[in-house]
Write a new protein. Structure first.
Length: 473
């Protein structure tokens, strides 16, 4: 039997926080690069973006560009802190160092909750595709199968997670690149059987902003949450061969590619397909575009891609949730048994995260009208809460690092502190817009309630342990 280890709380006086005890360094640079790229390419892009297009029309390109800029700023800030002090708890560790233990507790457990619920949602989505291919088979059986596979994958060595995610991400990236290539050929009029559309779909049927600013706002809110998932790469970096160089390179190379994939995809779709086409929502924008171009078996091809995206997200979210829980326990902010590692893998944390995800699936069948909807509303704006903690942490830690260990700043936030404040203002604006929109207001309230509850728990734990918020030393 592998030796087990129980992480000890890190020394609060030590500025840098190491990865949780017992974790290995089994991830290679190619794993990190693909996790950075593939982690953000999910069903939200392949399917969910259809609702944004229906609301914003061609201006969805502007919406994705605005939210993409915000995400780039957030990832640059997170990359700066994670390259300076790699830790399996990522932004939770940075928030604790910058603001105090309660902040690390709040950000960490909120993100853990988000990932676990997301695992259940992705399992349900993947099961629906499988039941379409195999009519009569029960959805719960497919979810159980997927949960068993990825739980087993994450219970094994971390390199197995890395390999699974590398190939999943490679397939998703390949699908996006192929789609963009076909789309560009169709736009310029060299794709056989397709006429160049010109600007007809961009300026016709109500113009570039057919639903005005309100439509753009709905599209903006939809696009913000489609970018969630990038944070996992900084969690994974702590288990890579070269954490500092790995996270620095992964963050740098991912940014322009993400802009190309997201903004480029939206531009191709609204140029080729009328934004009012119901198929954009019913089938998903990618399937609708390929169908519009007469590409054979487009629906089934994209169903395979979406299935891969969902399975990839399940795999990555179980991993991210288990490592976040392990880091929290290592800092004395969770039950010790949850942080034990076996052969370099936090198996209790993997099991608990997987079981919680499967419980969310069962709730969707038992109580779809109340409990499951409550879970969905609760996680609605958590990613924005996490981004807020990231920005505030970077604002506080940058000066401290410049003073005490400037050599650690191998990745630097652009135009600091101006762009950090711009990012915070952007987040505040999105919170305000969510409060204005009826569809997102409930999510904002429930997420706010969860955040307040966790913060209260974090403050109580901090007071109980007699810890003071860390000061510059």
């Amino acid at each position: 039997m592998s030796r087990t280890t129980a992480p000890e709380p890190v020394d609060r006086k030590v500025e840098g926080t190491p990865p949780a005890q017992g974790l290995t360094h089994g991830l290679k640079q190619r794993h990190l690069s693909m996790i950075a790229l593939g982690g953000v390419i999910g069903a939200g892009l392949f399917v969910g973006s259809g609702a944004g297009i229906a609301a914003a029309g061609p201006s969805i390109v502007v919406a994705y560009a605005i939210s993409g800029l915000l995400v780039m700023l957030v990832m640059r800030m997170l990359g700066e802190m994670s390259a300076a002090n790699p830790a399996s708890g990522s932004f939770s560790v940075h928030a604790e160092r910058a603001i105090g233990p309660w902040a690390g507790f709040t950000a960490g457990w909120a993100f853990w909750f988000l990932l676990c619920v997301a695992v259940g949602l992705e399992g349900i989505g993947a099961a629906k595709i499988m039941t379409g291919w195999f009519p009569g088979s029960p959805e719960w059986a497919w979810v159980a199968l997927f949960m068993l596979v990825f739980c087993a994958t994450n219970l094994a060595a971390v390199k197995n997670f890395g390999e699974f995610e590398f190939w999943f991400a490679a397939l998703k990236v390949g699908a996006i690149v192929l789609f963009l290539g076909i789309g560009v050929l169709a736009i310029v009029g060299v794709l056989p059987g397709a006429d160049a559309p010109g600007t007809t779909n961009l300026t016709g049927d109500g113009g570039f902003f057919p639903n005005g600013s309100e439509g753009l706002i709905v599209g903006l809110l939809a696009s913000v949450f489609a970018y969630g998932g990038l944070e996992t790469v900084t969690i994974a970096a702590a288990e890579s061969e070269h954490p500092v160089q790995g996270v620095a390179k992964a963050v740098r190379t991912a940014m322009w590619r993400i802009a190309l994939f997201y903004i480029g995809s939206m531009a191709v779709i609204v140029t080729l397909v009328p934004w009012g086409d119901k198929a954009v929502v019913e089938k998903g924008p990618y399937v609708a575009t390929l169908d519009h171009l007469g590409i054979p078996a487009a629906g089934q091809i994209m169903n395979v891609v979406v299935l891969i995206a969902l399975l990839s997200a399940m795999n990555a979210n179980i991993y991210g949730a288990s490592r976040m829980a392990t880091s929290l326990v290592a800092r004395g902010q969770g039950p010790k048994a949850l942080g034990r590692t076996f052969g370099g893998v936090p198996r209790p944390a993997v099991l608990v995260s997987s079981v919680f995800g499967f419980l969310c699936v069962l709730l969707s069948y038992w109580r779809p009208e109340d409990i499951f909807i409550w879970l969905l509303n609760t996680i609605g704006a958590i990613i924005l809460v996490v981004w807020f903690f990231i920005a505030v942490s970077q604002l506080l830690l940058r000066r401290r690092t410049e003073r005490e260990a400037p050599e650690k700043l191998v990745v630097k936030m652009w135009a600091f502190p101006v762009l950090t404040w711009v990012a915070l203002a952007g987040m505040a604006a999105i919170f305000y817009l969510m409060a204005r929109e009826e569809g997102t207001r409930v999510q904002l309230y429930w997420t706010g309630a969860l955040t307040v509850l966790l913060a209260a728990g974090g403050f109580a734990l901090q007071k109980k342990r007699g810890q003071r918020e860390p000061q510059d030393a």
